[in-house]
Each structure stands twice: as C-alpha cells, then as structure tokens.
Design a protein around this ligand. Structure first.
Ligand SMILES: [Zn+2]
Length: 71
C-alpha cells in the first residue's frame, strides 16, 4: 500500500518594492562606475571634486574593459 504524503510547494515572488529598490541601486551603481566625473563627491567637496574625479580614477580600468566612455 502506498503512503500518502503531501508536498507543499510555495512559490516565491519578490515584492514590487524590493524590485524598485534593487533597480535604484543598479542605476546608481551604473552611474557611479560608468559616468561619474566627480558629481557625487561634488556634493561635499564642491568644484574641486570635478578636478580630482576620484571615482573615475578608482574605476578607470573597469571603464575601459567594459567599454564605457572615458577619455
Ligand atoms: Zn580612460
């Protein structure tokens, strides 16, 4: 005689809010790595951040490898 076991399979779907937060993090990261020329640090440092461009220098090699515009 066969045993009668039941298996419950729950489907999981991410909430819309978590997808929106994840998309915002992705877009912010994409901007900071690919296009920031001192914009983020200019909020704190002012105009000198555009001359230093610290995030650009930090991610410079990765920009070239991934084909982002650089110089
Ligand atoms: Zn470059």
């Amino acid at each position: 005689m066969a045993d009668a076991h039941s298996v419950t399979v729950e489907s999981w779907r991410p909430s819309l809010g978590s997808l929106v937060v994840l998309a915002a993090i992705f877009v912010a990261g994409l901007f900071l790595v690919g296009f920031d020329q001192g914009h983020l640090f200019s909020l704190v440092q002012g105009e000198v951040a555009f001359d230093q461009s610290l995030l650009h220098e930090l991610t410079h090699d990765m920009r070239h490898v991934t084909g982002f515009p650089c110089h």
